[in-house]
Design a protein around this ligand. Structure first.
Ligand SMILES: NC(=O)c1ccc[n+]([C@@H]2O[C@H](COP(=O)([O-])OP(=O)(O)OC[C@H]3O[C@@H](n4cnc5c(N)ncnc54)[C@H](OP(=O)(O)O)[C@@H]3O)[C@@H](O)[C@H]2O)c1
Length: 290
């Protein structure tokens, strides 16, 4: 890599940021495409977020990814927000257009793109159950609902969060049937009977021996079980689903496709997905995360 005064800078703000595999994915793409760019991780304490955002302008940084815990907090420091990021209420990508900082959110896009590319799933007219009602659930729901599924059931440990999420989406997508259920060991079997896709959008599964207590046996044999946790690549939820003969879908594709969309927003170039995946897998093997 030959860094000069012309080298464009990309990067990620997070706290902590030492686990991120985004630099590995983006720098692999930069290298293979022969671009004069570099992608750097920046550890930004919450108290320094505004200074860091001003630094994007001050240093002429081309683009930045935003990760935990800054996705919501960064919104108020930006000049413009995309419609999708407005709906989600969080930003994971900043584009610096001649000093004007524009916030986008590519998480929901990343999830739907990986569903389509990896298992050819089209949400239109389908019955979908999501477990989780946090930031990632909101991002995925925003893109998912736009694809016109028939029904979405939101299951969450804290029921009130599921209810307020369903209420917000119901008013925007009146044609979709929304239901909410509290997450407990006895999730109604009848809620699983005609499900096409079940998605884990909680952090459960990241720790060894941690599993969602969902009676996967109640799902129809044609159902797909999806988990957005990508470290481990195969969570215990996906292992159980596989044992039952169900089709599974892991979380790495979401990470890759959201990164590819960010790259396109910054450079106008389609990032080679295969290169990103190979770099992500290599980085994960040596102990990374987003
Ligand atoms: N693949 C990707 O590219 C990608 C992208 C973004 C996020 N993620 C992953 O998605 C997960 C969720 O992220 P987020 O941003 O939505 O986090 P968040 O806003 O903090 O929400 C966390 C969600 O997990 C639930 N939860 C946490 N611990 C739980 C437990 N022990 N039992 C049951 N439910 C539990 C929470 O339920 P309560 O409401 O009851 O607290 C909430 O619904 C994280 O693991 C993150 O790494 C992956």
């Amino acid at each position: 890599m030959n860094i000069t005064g012309k080298t464009k800078i990309l990067g990620i703000f997070g706290y902590p940021v030492n686990h991120t595999i985004s630099p590995a994915m983006h720098n692999a793409v930069i290298k293979i495409l022969g671009l004069d760019m570099v992608y750097l991780p920046f550890e930004v304490k919450p108290s320094n977020l505004q200074h860091a955002v001003n630094g994007i302008r001050g240093l002429g940084i081309l683009g930045i990814n935003i990760t935990i815990p800054h996705k919501k907090a960064v919104v108020k420091f930006l000049d413009k927000i995309s419609e999708e990021a407005k709906l989600i209420g969080a930003v994971n990508t900043i584009v610096n257009k001649d000093g004007c900082l524009i916030g986008h959110n590519t998480d929901g896009y990343g999830y739907i793109a990986s569903l389509k590319q990896e298992i050819g799933f089209n949400p239109k007219g389908k019955n979908i159950i999501i477990i989780g009602a946090g930031g990632a659930a909101r991002g995925i729901l925003t893109t998912l609902a736009a694809k016109k599924p028939k029904a979405i059931t939101i299951v969450n440990r804290t029921l009130s969060r599921a209810v307020s999420l369903a209420r917000a989406f119901k008013s925007r997508f009146p044609d979709i049937q929304f239901k909410t259920i509290a997450l407990n060991e006895n999730i109604l079997k009848t809620s699983l009977e005609d499900v096409n896709l079940l998605i884990n959008i909680t952090s459960v599964g990241m720790k060894k021996n941690e599993a969602l207590k969902i009676q996967l046996e109640a799902l129809p044999k044609t159902a797909i079980v999806s988990d957005i946790v990508y470290n481990p690549l195969e969570t215990s939820l996906l292992k159980r689903a596989k044992k039952l003969g169900l089709m599974t879908h892991g979380g790495l594709g979401m990470l890759i496709h959201q990164g590819a969309k960010s790259f396109k927003l910054w450079t106008g170039i389609d990032a080679p997905i295969k290169v990103m995946r190979k770099a992500a897998l290599k980085a994960l093997k040596i102990g990374g995360g987003r």
